[in-house]
Design a protein around this ligand. Structure first.
Ligand code: PEP
Ligand code: MG
Length: 905
């Protein structure tokens, strides 16, 4: 027996099923399933994707048995419709539509009204039929068939129509009279004949097979091939062909056509959301010439006076509401449907899972759980973690027009608008009169006050882990870095992009999620979810859905989630966002505050320990105070404090004013300070005198910090708190570095706690951020209670890309697909990931209770989190604003459905 090529549907039953998408294509499977459910669909049948494959293999010949099956199914269709195909008096008309397993816009789509001929049109008009409607139907067939089957350029048909509109003096095709259409039809026929050398086929069977062949052939057309290449779809799946009895939404004022979502695809709000056009066919809606009306108009909104679909078609509306509810209940997800109303009767033409925004995805998933349609796990798996970002940050209205000046790296999500300030001090001053954008070549610790004051940050240099990027993310500020086309001329007080010049004080907008720099002001909209997370005011339904989803995620994840936070304020916010501790407190960030930076500079520029004594003594109580605040905010939760890791250049004075001030403080000549700064200046600061190297060469600095930590913990403990400090050493690359520093840190902790009369376990561990440390992880693990992967530096040093300079070439690398993604944003699993895996294995082999975490930026990236779950880390740590993404991504990873595999470079 030969293979079954054709599956019938309609009339309350179907041979196929909704789960046969591969065989029937998405559209065919949806039509079959709706038929089974008894939902009214015009009857028809689907030629399988396998028939398409067989047709292509045979060099464009229908496989044996296909013609017979099509004929049998046409006979069944005629019976159901009560009309015959090709009947000269009153024929059955059919549509032919393509439908692959995966929707592929850009493939040939639809031919309507097959079976209509010149003689039929004449006969129907002679029998008293509506001449305008008949001719209009025929001209639609001529256009679609001419275009997609016969290859006559669409614009040629358009030209004829334009001339007809002009002759009659009307604006739209819908206004063309029966007489005008008579001439249009004649000209169309002549056009086809001129182009193809043959008259337009008047044999209905020839039309039908012409349509079927054209759909099969369209699988191999250029557009379809490029689409598949772009979306990584295989070339050998084939498309289904759906042949279906025509229903007409354009038969008069009691007819209509429309599209609907069963919930809002923008916000996820329950209720039908869609549009319809009276007396029209599907392509009229798409063509956008007439404006469709909303199905359920909001009170006061445009079209509300007309009352929507219910006012115009009460019966069909009632049925549509019921069908939508049934489809949702059946598919257990929001659907996107097409329908036609013919003489007041509703027909469904398509159903598929509806595309949605991030906020809608969250709301719909949570509401479907409440409706009992899906379980919590399914809800977690339905929401892409990255879509939470849209909810956590202000955004611009998606409908607002954007004049994009240039693009950079999307370093901090969210939208901001403000006046340009080119200098941090001016940013701080100008912020008193309204929002400001700090625009600089790059930022340094001196800019911190301006960064705090600014609504957003834009730099022309730097990569995803540059100073500006890391600080902005920590602050939750929208930020774009490495916008290379931007020329920041601080001296001239202007910014140039191409030949456009913006002056300080001009208004500018940035979309840090898209990396777009936008001319002029756009109003950012506040995030309701953020307010709810921070515990302010009433909770909107969107925020409520978000909180419910995160609570389910927490129940299902294995990885714990900590925050990178450097101040008591950050720590409090992190806790509100669900942090289970602090994974990285960068102590150098605590030095950025204005009252401290001078002391820090003096400490760094000191020629000998003697000169460091005073600044260190003054820094100690300040640090202790910070730690007390952080331990209090994170009471009973671990706080990993990292000892100083300053890229020295970030702290050196950058201008004469700073230099003079410092000289005054230190009681020396400015020239002496300048000379010392010059001596400390490095060719390659990222690989220079940083991290534990500083800790070993200037031990008193780390000793002061450890003392501050231990004293703060003791004070909290005495106050009845439960401080859980952990001390972390940065940039370790050798066992001996770890041995020496551990010994020294442990000694100071013991001395302080003994003096304070407090007993406390303080774990001491290290970052793994130098490739060598990963390679000798077993040796290092013998002296460490924990490892925390610093994947920012590990990426920098494994690739050999400077974090601060990658902005100069990385955007082009990504554009040209030399790299599949930014390795500073999403872990390079095949390279850097090997080092992480190796260090975990070797570290745990040497020390079975070794605690493992990650605190590089990758700790907040969904795809990287799936990897960290797989290699068995205990926790990830990320900036507070990324915690929700991390919580959800960790749950998805635990449910075995992490984000896409991080493929090899
Ligand atoms: C890292 O290198 O990944 C890290 C967390 O440290 P920092 O970004 O401060 O260098
Ligand atoms: Mg680092």
């Amino acid at each position: 027996m030969s293979e079954k090529w054709v599956y019938a549907f309609g009339g309350g039953s179907a041979e196929g099923r909704g789960d046969q998408k591969e065989l029937l294509g998405g559209k065919g499977a949806g039509l079959a399933e709706m038929s089974r459910l008894g939902i009214p669909v015009p009857p028809g049948f689907t030629l399988t994707t396998r028939a398409c494959i067989a047709y292509r293999r045979a060099g464009g010949e229908p496989p044996p048995g296909l013609a017979e099956e099509v004929a049998e199914n046409m006979a069944r269709l005629e019976e159901l419709a009560g009309r015959r195909f090709g009947d000269p008096a009153d024929p059955l008309l059919v549509s032919v539509r393509s439908g692959a397993a995966q929707s592929m816009p850009g493939m040939m789509d639809t031919v309507l009204n097959l079976g209509l001929t010149r003689d039929v049109v004449a006969a129907r008009i002679a029998a008293g039929g509506d001449a305008r409607f008949r001719r209009d139907a025929y001209r639609r067939l001529l256009t679609m068939y001419g275009d997609v089957v016969l290859g006559v350029p669409h614009r040629e048909f358009e030209r004829v129509l334009a001339a007809a509109r002009e002759r009659q003096g009307v604006a739209t095709d819908a206004e063309l009279s029966a007489d005008s259409l008579a001439r249009v039809v004649e000209e169309f026929e002549a056009l086809v004949e001129r182009h193809t050398g043959h008259p337009f086929p008047q044999d209905p069977q020839e039309q039908l097979w012409g349509g079927i062949r054209a759909v099969f052939d369209s699988w191999d057309n250029q557009r379809a091939r490029s689409y598949r290449r772009l979306h990584g779809l295989p070339d050998d799946m084939g498309t289904g062909v759906n042949v279906q009895a025509m229903v007409f939404g354009n038969r008069g004022e009691d007819c209509a056509t429309g599209v609907a979502f069963t919930r809002s695809p923008a916000t996820g709000e329950p209720g039908i959301y869609g549009e319809f056009l009276v007396n029209a066919q599907g392509e009229d809606v798409v063509a956008g010439i007439r404006t469709p009306q909303p199905i359920e108009p909001a009170p006061g909104a445009e079209g509300a006076a007309a009352g929507g679909l219910a006012a115009r078609f009460p019966e069909a509306h009632r049925e549509l509401v019921e069908v939508c509810a049934r489809l949702e209940a059946h598919y257990r997800d929001m659907q996107d449907v097409e329908f036609t109303i013919e003489r007041g009767r509703l027909y469904m033409l398509q159903t598929r899972t509806g595309k949605r925004t991030g906020p809608a995805a969250v709301r719909i998933a949570a509401d479907l759980v409440a409706d009992g349609l899906i379980d919590e796990k399914t809800a977690i798996l339905r929401v892409e973690p990255s879509s939470l970002d849209q909810l956590l940050h202000p955004g611009f209205d998606s409908k607002a027009e954007r004049n994009v000046l240039t693009k950079g790296l999307p370093a901090g999500p969210g939208a901001a608008c403000g006046r340009i300030a080119l200098d941090a001090d001016r940013a701080a001053a100008m912020a008193a009169d309204g929002p400001v954008l700090l625009v600089r070549e790059e930022t340094s610790p001196e800019d911190i006050v301006g960064m705090h004051a600014a609504a957003g940050i834009l730099t022309s240099r730097g990569g995803m882990t540059s100073h500006a990027a890391v600080v902005a993310r920590g602050l939750g500020k929208p930020c774009i870095v490495g916008a290379g086309a931007l020329h920041v001329d601080e001296a001239a007080g202007e910014v140039r992009v191409g030949d456009r010049v913006l002056r300080e004080g001009d208004e500018l907008s940035i979309d840090g999620s898209a990396g777009e720099v936008i001319a002029g002001p756009l109003a950012p909209q506040e995030s309701e979810v953020l307010q709810a997370l921070e515990g302010g005011g009433s909770v909107s339904p969107a925020a409520d859905a978000f909180l419910r989803l995160l609570a389910w995620a927490d129940e299902h994840r294995r990885l714990r989630v900590r925050a990178n936070a450097d101040t008591p304020d950050d720590a409090r916010r992190a806790r509100a966002f669900g942090a289970q501790g602090i994974g990285l407190c960068r102590t150098e960030h605590m030095f950025f505050a204005e009252d401290r930076i001078a002391l820090v500079r003096r400490m760094i520029l000191a020629r000998d320990p003697e000169q460091r004594v005073e600044p260190l003594a003054r820094l100690l109580p300040l640090q202790q105070g910070d730690f007390e605040g952080i331990f209090a905010a994170m009471d009973a939760l671990p706080v990993t404090v990292r000892l100083l890791d300053p890229p020295l250049h970030e702290f050196l004075p950058h201008d004469d004013r700073a230099l003079a001030g410092l000289a005054r403080d230190m009681g020396v000549e400015p020239a002496a300070v300048a000379a010392r700064a010059a001596a400390l200046a490095e060719q390659n600061p990222m690989l220079g005198h940083r991290g534990c190297r500083l800790g070993l060469t200037a031990p008193d600095i780390y000793e002061m910090q450890v003392e501050a930590i231990a004293r703060a913990a003791a004070a909290r403990k005495r106050a009845g708190g439960d401080p859980r400090p952990e001390i972390m050493v940065p940039l370790v690359g050798t066992e001996s570095e770890m041995v020496r520093l551990r010994e020294r840190i442990a000694r100071v902790v013991a001395r302080v706690l003994e003096a304070e009369g407090v007993a406390l376990e303080v774990p001491i561990g290290t970052m793994i951020e130098v490739p060598r440390a990963a390679l000798v992880a077993d040796a290092i693990a013998r002296h460490a209670d924990f490892f925390s992967f610093g994947t920012n530096d590990l990426t920098q040093m494994t690739f050999g890309y400077s974090r601060d300079d990658a902005g100069s070439f990385l955007p082009q690398y990504l554009e040209d697909k030399i790299l599949p993604r930014d390795p500073f944003a999403s872990l390079d699993a095949s390279g850097v990931g090997q080092l992480v895996r190796l260090a975990c294995e070797r570290g745990r082999a040497a020390s079975p209770h070794l605690h493992l975490g990650v605190c590089g930026e990758h700790g907040g990236d969904a795809a990287s989190i799936a990897f960290f779950d797989e290699v068995g880390l205990d926790y990830v740590s990320c900036s507070p604003f990324r915690l929700p993404v991390a919580r959800l991504a960790a749950a998805r990873a635990a449910l075995g459905r992490g984000e896409r595999e991080l493929d090899s470079v």
